[in-house]
Ligand binder design. Sequence first.
Ligand code: KG4
Ligand code: ZN
Length: 349
Amino acid sequence: MSDQPLILGIETSCDETGVGLVRGTTLLANAVASSVDEHVRFGGVVPEVASRAHLEAMVPTLRRALSEAGVGLADVDAVAVTAGPGLAGALMVGVSAAKALAVALDKPLFGVNHLVGHVAAEQLENGPLTEPVVALLVSGGHTEILLVEDIATSATLLGQTLDDAAGEAFDKVARLIGLKYPGGPNIQRAALEGDPAAIRFPRGLTSRRDLERHRYDFSFSGLKTAVARWVETAEREGRAVPVADVAAGFQEAVADVLTRKAVLACQERGISTMVLAGGVAANARLRDLTRERCAAAGIELRQPRFSLCTDNGAMIAALGAAVVERDLPPSSLDFASDSSLPVTQVLVG
Ligand code: KG4
Ligand code: ZN
C-alpha cells in the first residue's frame, strides 16, 4: 500500500473546507471544517461568508488531516484540488492554497471536477469501481444523473435539475414548514412521525410528455410551490399544518422521482452499477428506496458512508489518485477555478 503515491486533496467549493489524504483507494484522513452554523441565520449559504471561513479554516484543517494520517507535508506526492463547479470565491481559496502547497513542495498539482469527485469517494468505501457506472448525485448545489465511463477521464451528463437542486428544495421546504436550515436532516427527522401517503405531492417531469423531452432531468420548483400552496391553504382555513405529514409527503416525492429516473437511466443504458452520492444521499428514505428499486432491477448499488457523501477533501484526493494512476499530465500552475466547470471535464489543463 505504501508504495502508492500519497495524494493530498483540497475541497472548498461550497461551505465545507475539506482536506483529505489518500493512497490509491485507501482513505488515510478526512478532515472537514464546516461553516454551516454561520449560514443558519441567513437560511442558506452566503458566498462571502463561506470564502472567509475557508480562509480561516484551511491551515488548521490541513494540520488536522496530516496528524490524522500520521504523515508530514514532505510525504505528499501530489496535490489535488476542486477546480469547479462551485462558488467562485470559495473555489479560489482552495485553488490558491493548493497552488501554494504544490510550489512549496515542488509536487504536481491536479485541478479536478467536484462532481466526479463525489463519485470517486465511493472507491474509498468499496474499492475500485468497475466502470461504466451511473451516478445519482444529489446535494444542496447539484442534482444530476451522470454516466461515468472512466472515473479519471470521462463522464457524461445524462440529466440534471432544471431549477432547484434536491437539497435546495429540502432547505426551502423546511423553511416553509418552520424547520431550520439545513433542511434535509430536519425534514428527515420530522418525517419519521408522519405518513408519507397522507399528502401526495407532484412528481416533476414524470408525465409521458415530459419524459420524452426530459427523460433524466428533474424539476423541484413545482413541488416546492405545491407545498407552499398546501401550507397557505391550511393556514387560511385555520387548520394546524401537519408538519410531519408534509415533511414525509415531500420527502417521498423527492425520493420517488430521483430513484425512478436513476434506475431508468441504468436500464436504458445497460449499466449494472449505480453510485448514490452527495449530501442528500444521507437521507435514509432515499437510501432505502434506492436500495429497494436497484435490487428489484438487478442493479448493484454502491454508496459511500455519510461523511464521504457530503463535501470533503478525501473525495478530491481519491479522484486525484485515479488521475495520478493513469499518469495523466498535471494541471498548469496558472489554471483558474471555474464555477461552472462542466462535468465532462474531469481534469483541468
Ligand atoms: O453535498 P453537500 O454537503 O453540499 C453541497 O454540495 O451542496 O449537500 C448539502 C445538502 C443540504 O441541502 C442538506 O439539506 C442536504 O444536503 N442534506 C440532506 C440530509 N442531510 C443533508 N437532505 C436530505 N436528507 C438528509 N438527511
Ligand atoms: Zn458537492
